[in-house]
Design a protein around this ligand. Structure first.
Ligand code: ZN
Ligand code: FE
Length: 247
């Protein structure tokens, strides 16, 4: 592999109803995170003349891994990185990783965090040098993932670990759920100016057909009621409220 002088860049591809696939690129090489589908990813990479060198997975749900077999048909040499604890549910792994692991990607180092709650083996990827976080369905813009396999205690710990990252870290979460999350939050805390301001910004962006992703850790600390929860029980109450909330 030669020098990679260009800055690392991240972009998103909207797929399915509300999923995002993320493309990390540097020079002519790319990695993707959570490919729900193969075709739109292949089209986007080919349009830019990019070679896929790695596929990263945050968890085993089909809207995060469904495109991997098709991508491997097009780029058979690509690394496949996922939770070692989920080897059975995320097949085709070439590198199983866990909390505390580091691996090289496009000339940068990626750190792995265990962030259980949505699923029992959910992981997140942090690129500390360029300041990016890929958190799948754990932390959402203004929200958090549903507790399918984990406990509120696990989700609380996972969100606190992510919130401890530097404030300027760009947060690339895998679904466009921001508008519903902020509408719910504004109903919970109608007097909160930071939440009201963010809701107005999100409504304007969505009105223009723009994504609300990436967010930042600083913005989530200020406006995300799940990140702001002071205890496991407060998080559990808020998760239950959001689960039963109708727009
Ligand atoms: Zn999921
Ligand atoms: Fe998902």
């Amino acid at each position: 592999m030669g020098e990679l002088p260009e800055a690392l860049q991240v972009s998103l591809i909207p797929v399915l109803n509300d999923n995002y696939v993320f493309v990390i690129e540097r020079g002519q090489q790319a990695a993707v995170v959570d490919p729900a589908l193969a075709e739109p990813v292949i089209a986007a990479l080919e349009a830019k003349g990019l070679e896929l060198t790695a596929i990263l997975h945050t968890h085993h749900h089909s809207d995060h891994i469904g495109g991997t077999p098709g991508l491997l048909q097009r780029w058979p040499q690509a690394r496949v990185i996922a939770s070692a604890a989920d080897r059975l549910r995320i097949p085709l792994q070439t590198e199983g990783v866990q909390q505390g692991d580091h691996f090289p990607l496009l000339g940068e180092e990626v750190q792995v965090l265990d962030v259980p709650g949505h699923t029992r083996a959910h992981i997140a990827f942090v690129l500390p040098v360029s300041g990016h976080l890929f958190c799948g369905d754990t932390l959402f813009a203004g929200g958090c993932g549903r507790l399918f396999e984990g406990t509120a205690e696990q989700m609380y710990g996972s969100l606190q670990a992510l919130a401890a990252l530097p404030a300027e870290t760009q947060v690339w979460c895998a679904h466009e759920y921001t508008q519903a999350n902020l509408r719910w939050a504004a109903q919970q805390q109608p007097e909160d100016p930071a939440i009201a301001a963010r809701l107005a910004d999100v409504l304007e962006r969505r009105h223009q057909g723009l994504p609300t992703i990436p967010s930042s850790i600083g913005l989530e600390r200020a406006t995300n009621l799940f990140v702001r929860a002071c205890s496991t029980s407060e998080l559990a109450d808020r998760r239950l409220s959001k689960d039963h909330w109708k727009a």
